[in-house]
Design a protein around this ligand. Structure first.
Ligand SMILES: [Zn+2]
Length: 261
């Protein structure tokens, strides 16, 4: 006897065509964490799937979980489509990268509401990511690392525990920065504005515009440290980074400070 279908809500983070008409739809679901589902005839536009199943769609779906087999996606209704047709290539590259990061962190049967919120924030802001794609990427990565508990607290000096509000040196990626009073010679790599932006970026619902506060040397330093931290978390480069890397390099990494501030 067929098992009853269960309701799930979630984001479509990956679509893999199988056979002639089917799709494996990977959901980041609120109920079951990462969930691979089999959508029979999912590549055809059908009523069961509320039209064509697309990437970055928020779904209300019914799945039937079998024993030892991939759950069937019985039906799906799109409650919101992030990134509509005609989205720019940088927006798509940014969204794909965020979705792949989320896939790496997501686990089956471990719902992670923060991870879903972070990804939704990325998808919501993807259309404006091209204004400063390198900064948007950095903001997304900082939020992601924070979510995993892998981003140090930048507000407190790693040496004396005092505030870093007056500037700090960030020497080692997974250690807190050192405040300017603790550093011999008073070298300061991160100024107050950069540190404030960093501390505001260490939250799940990122605001990619904050990356505009990271300019010049601070931007370069944070990009390097975040790269170090990500390399510790990701055991292999992400496929979607191949699309994003050339675009973020073209952007030059560090925009000019905005004159109207
Ligand atoms: Zn200190």
């Amino acid at each position: 006897m067929a098992r009853p279908a269960e309701s799930v809500t979630g984001l479509v983070v990956r679509l893999q065509p199988v056979k002639d008409h089917d799709l494996i739809v990977t959901l980041l679901s609120a109920e079951r964490g990462r969930l691979d589902t089999w959508a029979r005839a999912g590549r055809k536009s059908t009523r069961r799937f509320g039209g064509r199943l697309g990437l970055f769609a928020d779904l209300r779906a019914e799945v039937r979980v079998g024993r030892g087999t991939m759950p069937d996606l019985v039906s799906a209704e799109v409650s919101h489509q992030w990134l509509v047709d005609g989205a720019s290539w940088p927006a798509l590259a940014f969204a794909s990268y965020a979705a792949e990061l989320a896939l790496v962190a997501a686990q089956p049967d471990h719902p992670d509401a923060d991870l879903i919120d972070w990804l939704r924030a990325c998808l919501e802001q993807a259309p404006s990511a091209s204004v400063d794609l390198a900064g948007a990427r950095l903001a997304a990565e900082i939020g992601f690392l924070h979510l995993l508990g892998s981003f140090p607290d930048v507000r407190r000096c790693g040496s004396c525990g005092g505030s870093t509000a007056g500037g700090a040196v960030w020497l080692i990626a997974d250690e807190a920065p050192t405040c300017s009073s603790c550093v011999v010679g008073g070298a300061r790599q991160l100024d107050a504005a950069a540190l404030l932006a960093l501390s505001e970026l260490t939250r799940v619902e990122i605001d990619i515009r904050l990356a505009a506060e990271l300019v010049g040397e601070a931007r370069a330093l944070v990009t390097t440290r975040v790269g170090n931290l990500l390399a510790q978390v990701l055991h292999a480069p992400l496929r979607s980074a191949a699309s994003l890397d050339p675009l973020t390099r073209l952007a030059g990494g560090a925009p000019e400070p905005r004159s109207n501030r």
